[in-house]
Design a protein around this ligand. Sequence first.
Ligand code: ADP
Ligand code: MG
Length: 286
Amino acid sequence: MTSPATKIRPIRDEAGADLSGAGLEPTGKPMAVEPLLEVSSVTLRYKTPGLIITATERVSFTVNSADRFVLLGPSGCGKSTLLKAVGGYLQPSEGSITIKGRKVTRPGPDRMMVFQEFDQLLPWKTVLENVTFPLANARGLSRRAAEEKARHYIEKVNLTRAIDSYPHTLSGGMKQRVAIARGMAMEPDILLMDEPFAALDALTRRTCQDELLQLWSDTRFTVLFVTHSIAEAIKIGNRILLLSPHPGRVKAEVVDVDTTSTADGSAGRLEQEIHDMLFSEEKHEE
Ligand code: ADP
Ligand code: MG
């Protein structure tokens, strides 16, 4: 058994109906408010010469304000594709995506993205300039107001000492912190994070995860976080959506993830349960 608060809800429906997330908030109680993000029965296909690749099939979930919502699944199950669709970079082949009830049709500053790659900063701009740039350009803040906000978020990711440094002088972890500060400074409706710590060494990765959680306790922002690491999903998420291997379909949703459960070993048991749910269930299908 997992810790008593944590619940895994298998999502299995022969007809492929949308059962995930529907009508539930993190507590599992009926939802009173409209969800912030609603992904409804989204199928995403890539059309390549002579081949149509289905990345995700009829994926549905809802994210509520201040959720730390994790998409978890093995490589190739369509996590990045889904995140790009939420970002507005790709259009669903079927289904729909709405933010605050508005259909997502293109990228916008209400959905800031943090990627895995360390090269997402502008190399010719300093840390301060990288964070200030979208504030002045996309948010239209005055230079002074943009810098002030940028300084605030750079301090939040503990990078004030490197504020005038250029990206090539920073470690991978520092670059990812800048990307997080840049995303958060825009104060988006939702921060989209695509395996932002996957390329970091284990110790730095842990520090970055802790910092992200600390930031969340300070400001309660909403994050949609993609990972293929079960341990990372349990650490970061209050809700975890489990996606099957290629093509990605919703397998289950883990709600009320209890991140305090590590001491008594139940996080380890939850990891095992999630692993079994992700992979072994294939046998029961068909
Ligand atoms: P994940 O992020 O979970 O590893 P992706 O979303 O990157 O998975 O990929 C899902 C599937 O879509 C994979 O089979 C991948 O090969 C395919 N895919 C991803 N991007 C493209 C693309 N631009 N063109 C064609 N196929 C793609
Ligand atoms: Mg990916």
